[in-house]
Design a protein around this ligand. Structure first.
Ligand code: SF4
Length: 343
């Protein structure tokens, strides 16, 4: 991609959204369900908010820690403009602290904020157009707690005809989410487990707000796909998979579900997910869900989109490359079946 190196970020960040002042110069954050109270000079555990003299400051407005133009399949989004490329950006920080985080070097701790580059909203939009991207994805770390920049950039990008994508943990309060969703076209949300103990012990978060946010994305008409990282012995039991599948089937069975294989990272060093587990959960989920995909699996198992009527391969995926064989408006060229794909 073209580098985001304009270094034009000498602008003032807007005021932080979603906080209230408290006595003794403390501040209360209402952005995510952790609802932190921060003393003066204290950072939130997300490392994206800071109490400066009794005022909440958003950290990292216009500060990019990672940027690339990726195939949209890498997000992963399989049913949203398949085969396209998307400009992808991230700031440091995350409000979850998953022990298995693959991107902990940019999402966790104070050091994650080093080596950022200053950019404006317009810089990001310019790069998306230069790179012929379908739009902009806010990804790699947690975009919802990079709230002010994502909101401003997504609003402007959408107005200029670009698509906007969030790759997120979905751990945000409903009110800020309602503010940002009108500017979002598509999202991949990590649904890490259906067990609150998993969220508490492994991610330092809670399950119910994530389920609520998933419903809110869906009801707002955002194109939605879900990812479940399978960790042997933690969230891969048949009972757990049943709960996951039932939740999605109740909400909307057309939502694509991506099972992703875990690999040891950061604080979790248990062995990687066996391919046999991936195949077993896919088979189990496919009883109720028509669009179940496998990711992070050696070989090409479970990536393609097949026509459920005539079995034609409508999208052939090799790595992150997608060869799209769809007729107009996402119809099957073999039998005319209409895929629930935005193209
Ligand atoms: S966004 Fe950060 S500071 Fe605000 S409640 Fe969540 S973790 Fe705490």
């Amino acid at each position: 991609m073209s580098p985001l190196n304009n270094d034009s970020g000498n602008f003032q960040a807007p005021p932080a959204a979603w906080w209230t002042p408290l006595p003794d110069n403390k501040v209360s954050c209402q952005l995510c369900p952790l609802q932190c109270t921060l003393k003066i000079n204290q950072h939130g555990p997300c490392e994206t908010r800071f109490n400066s003299e009794g005022q909440m400051k958003p950290l990292h407005y216009g500060q990019i820690v990672a940027a690339a133009t990726d195939p949209i399949e890498k997000k992963p989004l399989y049913h949203f403009h398949p085969g396209s490329f998307i400009t992808s950006v991230a700031a440091p920080g995350c409000n979850l602290h998953c022990r298995f985080c693959q991107n902990h070097n940019i999402s966790q701790g104070k050091n994650a904020g080093r080596n950022t580059e200053s950019v404006s909203v317009q810089d990001v939009i310019d790069v998306a157009f230069q790179d012929n991207s379908v739009g902009i994805a806010f990804t790699y770390s947690e975009p919802l707690v990079w709230f002010e920049f994502v909101r401003d950039c997504a609003a402007e990008a959408k107005q200029k005809g670009l698509k906007t994508v969030l790759v997120t943990n979905g751990f945000l309060n409903p009110e800020p989410l309602a503010e940002i969703l009108p500017f979002i076209d598509a999202a991949n949300i990590d649904l890490k487990a259906m067990d609150n103990d998993f969220y508490r012990k492994i991610c330092k978060a809670e399950l119910q707000p994530v389920l609520k946010a998933i419903r809110q994305f869906h009801d707002a008409g955002v194109h939605l796909e879900l990812t479940n990282l399978l960790i042997p012995g933690h969230n891969d039991s048949p009972e757990e998979i049943d709960k996951l599948v039932d939740f999605i089937a109740d909400l909307n069975p057309q939502i694509p579900l991506h099972f992703s294989a875990y690999h040891p990272a950061w604080k979790m060093q248990a062995p990687a997910t066996p391919v046999s587990t991936m195949k077993r959960v896919r088979e189990q989920a496919a009883v109720k869900l028509p669009w179940v995909y496998l990711g992070n699996v050696p070989g090409e198992t479970g990536r393609d989109t097949l026509c459920p009527q005539c079995n034609l391969t409508a999208i052939l995926r090799t790595g992150f490359k997608a060869k799209v064989n769809l007729a107009a408006e996402a119809h099957c060229p073999g039998c005319g079946f209409n895929f629930p794909i935005v193209s």
